[in-house]
Design a protein around this ligand. Structure first.
Ligand SMILES: C=Cc1c(C(=O)O)[nH]c(=O)[nH]c1=O
Length: 310
């Protein structure tokens, strides 16, 4: 069984890497991912300046997934650019840089600086952080997205991608696809970011479980799997020539298989990685390999995007 993926001029030994935000804020964490069975690495979404983020508790896991309102804590763009400068690209694991400026100008500043650095890493621009009080998710404002992408494409001419929020309406899928298809340099979309502003309640304490936003936070894990799969499949259909990276609810080889069947080129692990640690990558790969062998698939292309309808 061959789990390899080749896309964007990159060669990955397998389709798995971390979701931005998990095990990727410090160099120590990034190195944990890079030296694991993961085939790529992505950094925590960054802003030009370091941020401490929201007050704790700001993450909580349940039997069904997770809720978080981290508030974009990160070491600042220069820190991750520095990591990207010394990253061992020759070892064959691509590096993605997640950018999440608080304003369009911040994204433009980081992108133009990254362009000037001429590094092999690829930007994933976050259009979907749900946890910045007072800031709506850019990904839900189609006009603003078009304007932002127009300006980003002016300052950054290389291949790039965007991290999308989940959409829940066919008209929204179509509207966002129309925006994204206007940008040839936009080579991939990562679906999905957490489902924004859920509320987890602890019955014993009769309380919310995270402090920010009176308990509202982005949902991840099993809670979001069907929504993640829908977004992967819809954008796989609607964005010809672009890649979809699947993210959301992958706990085993089965969910990784589902995401690839729905059309994902590669898949990111978030909540499961946070809860289990980097051993999750090898476990999920073993499970995916066994599932493929059982089904008689030699490589990912044998089933990628071949979800049957009734
Ligand atoms: C970049 C901020 C994000 C955060 C955060 O730092 O609160 N949490 C998410 O689930 N998704 C995000 O995109």
């Amino acid at each position: 069984v061959d789990l390899s993926v080749s896309w964007l001029g990159l060669a990955m030994a397998n389709p798995l890497y971390n979701a931005s935000g998990v095990m990727c804020r410090s160099v120590a964490e990034l190195e944990q991912v890079r030296t694991s069975a993961a085939a790529a690495v992505i950094t925590k979404s960054c802003t030009p300046q370091p941020r401490t983020g929201n007050p704790e508790p700001r993450y909580c896991a349940t039997a069904l997934g997770s809720i978080n309102s981290m508030g974009l804590p990160n070491a600042g763009y220069p820190y991750y650019l520095d990591y990207a400068r010394s990253y061992p690209y020759a070892a064959g694991k691509p590096l993605f840089l997640s950018l999440s400026g608080m304003t369009l100008q911040e994204n433009l500043d980081m992108l133009s600086d990254l362009a000037a650095a001429q590094l092999p890493c690829l930007p994933e621009v976050n259009l979907s952080c749900p946890n910045l009080p007072g800031k709506p998710q850019l990904g839900y404002d189609f006009q603003a997205c078009h304007e932002a992408l127009t300006q980003m494409a002016r300052v950054y001419h290389g291949p790039f991608g965007v991290k999308l929020p989940p959409y829940f309406d066919p008209v929204h899928f179509a509207r966002m696809a129309a925006v994204l298809n206007a940008f040839p340099a936009l080579r991939f979309v990562t679906c999905i970011n957490s489902i924004g502003n859920g509320l987890v309640i602890d019955v014993d304490r009769e309380s919310v479980v995270i402090k920010p936003k009176d308990g509202l936070g982005g949902l991840g894990g099993s809670y979001v799997l069907p929504t993640a799969l829908a977004n992967v499949r819809e954008f796989y259909r609607l964005l010809p020539g672009k890649h979809v990276v699947g993210c959301g609810g992958i706990n085993s080889g089965r969910e990784a298989f589902m995401h690839i069947l729905a059309g994902a080129t590669a898949v990111q692990i978030g909540t499961c990685l946070y809860e289990e640690g980097e051993g999750a990558f090898a476990r999920i790969l073993d499970e995916l390999r066994a599932l493929m062998a059982h089904k008689g698939y030699q490589r990912l292309d044998d089933f990628r995007g071949k979800l049957k309808t009734l």
